[in-house]
Design a protein around this ligand. Structure first.
Ligand code: ADP
Length: 495
């Protein structure tokens, strides 16, 4: 016997139970609490007397009572010798206490039940924690299902890749695009080559240009235009954006890519370009004939003087129309294969001086001071006609978007084996948000439109194409209401 192991006998054993850190009670077969220890009283908020006046049925939550009684009956019936159950108790203050209850039955030598010995461990904190975890899991599950629904419903192809470029998942929409881009299947790793083309629809994308490959290298970008599919009828145009994903320590963990179908938009652009190209082509022939005959008319001496004046007006307008048509043709040409240049020896200083002389009357009429800072001579190998177009377009813009009384400064210089040509005005300026679209075809600034300044939005596109054909670049600095500076620079190819 355990009691015999203590020299002081039963008293010490009783004190041990009384001071046990675990709640303990002896329960009569009918449920009365015969003895309770201090830990149990503290757990349930009663004094010893109060608790002993109760039955276990009274302090058990009704929802857990049936299960407890059933186990207790089975034990009394001898079907089991002990049982264990986690159940809810009522604290004296009304709150719920979760107890992990272990029960065994003490019988007399004849097998008659004496009482139950119950041990109760307070597992409320643990239980609450489990409940909170379960609630959090339910919430996460709900959010995941919502996200999956959104993921599969949106009309945008979505792809997630890990840090090595393996595909972690893609939505339903993207499966359609993958089938077009990789008709022979895809290995699930970024950068695989397929039927993926540049915006021109014919040049295949290289590995480094593939959106997934770029994203795997940590690049973030918007609106990368590609065509997927070899068949011109079924292929789709996509606009791709990529964003990087970081783990909690800030390390690159992968990327998310979105593929938006912009086929209709791209086809509309193509139609517009084709329309512009063919109309301007058709206009050129009659216009050339008109100009030729006007020239012959101008040279005649037998015209009445008022008719001569009218011929001049007609000729001036026909020339304007001619410029417009050649701008349109130029833009179409840029789109289908870039600008071809023919370099000859040109004195750039003369070229700029001539261009300014040509617009000086316009500047004078608008009361704008047109200043030039240039060397006496600057020989270079350039395409003369095209360069003149660059100077004309930039200077005429500066005049067009300036107010009377202001100054336009033109500067030409050569340094570090580069030619620098700069046009600075004190005009209306350009909004910052518009700066990166300035050089796209047909783009016209909001202010330009509000002022109703005439224009087509082609001039700067042409400037950029010509300068790039000379291996150069165009930069612009501008502030609304203060003015704009366009700076062209290209390598000086000496004659
Ligand atoms: P256009 O002048 O025919 O509209 P451009 O391609 O030459 O076409 O210019 C595109 C747009 O850029 C213009 O519509 C205008 O909004 C803006 N822009 C160009 N040059 C200037 C300038 N010097 N000052 C202010 N805005 C300018």
């Amino acid at each position: 016997m355990l009691v015999d192991q203590f020299p002081e006998g039963g008293e010490l054993w009783r004190m041990t139970l009384e001071n046990s850190p675990v709640g303990m009670t002896l329960v009569a077969p009918d449920g009365r609490l015969l003895a309770v220890n201090r830990a149990l009283c503290e757990m349930l908020g009663y004094s010893t007397e109060e608790l002993r006046a109760k039955t276990f049925q009274e302090i058990t939550h009704p929802d857990d009572l049936a299960a407890d009684i059933e186990l207790l009956q089975e034990t009394l019936a001898g079907k089991r010798s002990s049982y264990r159950i986690v159940k809810r108790y009522f604290h004296a203050g009304g709150k719920i206490v979760w107890g992990d209850l272990s029960v065994s039955l003490l019988r007399d030598p004849d097998g008659r039940p004496i009482h139950f010995i119950s041990q109760i461990i307070d597992v409320t904190a643990q239980r609450e924690y489990e409940l909170r975890i379960a609630a959090a899991n339910r919430l996460i599950g709900h959010q995941r299902r919502m996200l999956e629904a959104v993921y599969d419903t949106v009309d945008v192809g979505l792809v997630l890749i890990d840090r090595e470029g393996h595909y972690e998942g893609m939505n339903r929409r993207h499966h359609d695009f993958m089938a077009l881009a990789f008709p022979d299947g895809h290995g699930g790793v970024a950068g695989q080559l397929g039927e993926v083309f540049q915006p021109d629809g014919t040049t295949l994308l290289a590995r480094e240009e593939m959106p997934t490959y770029r994203a795997t290298r940590g690049e973030e970008f918007d609106d990368q235009r590609i065509w997927v599919g070899a068949d011109p009828i079924t292929r789709r145009a996509l606009s791709v954006s990529a964003r990087t994903v970081h783990d909690p320590s800030g390390e690159f963990a992968g990327a998310a890519l979105a593929y938006k179908d912009v086929t209709d938009f791209m086809r509309a652009l193509e139609v517009k370009d084709e329309f512009v190209a063919s109309v301007s082509h058709e206009l050129r022939t009659p216009l050339t004939s008109i100009l030729g005959h006007l020239e012959m008319l101008r040279d005649r001496t037998d015209l009445p003087s008022d008719a001569s004046e009218q011929v001049l007006i007609v000729e001036r307008n026909a020339l304007r129309l001619g410029h417009l048509v050649s701008d349109l043709l130029h833009v179409a040409q840029v789109r289908y294969g870039g600008v071809q240049i023919a370099r000859t020896r040109v004195d750039l200083a003369n070229l700029v001086r001539d261009a300014l002389e040509a617009v000086r009357p316009i500047a004078g009429a608008s009361d704008i001071d047109l200043l030039l800072e240039a060397p006496d001579s600057l020989p270079a190998m350039v395409d003369e006609q095209r360069m003149r177009q660059v100077v004309d377009n930039l200077v005429s813009n500066a005049l067009k978007y300036s107010d009377p009384g202001s100054t336009v400064r033109v500067r030409l210089a050569a340094s570090d084996r580069r030619v620098v040509f700069e046009v600075a005005d004190e005009g209306i300026g350009i909004e910052e948000a518009e700066l990166d679209r300035l050089f796209t075809r047909f783009f016209r600034g909001r202010q330009a439109q509000q002022r109703m300044t005439p224009g087509t939005g082609l001039g700067l596109n042409i400037v950029k194409a010509i300068v790039e054909a000379h291996d150069g670049e165009v930069q612009v600095r501008s502030e609304v209401g203060v003015g704009s500076t366009f700076c062209v620079s290209f390598p000086l190819v000496a004659p």
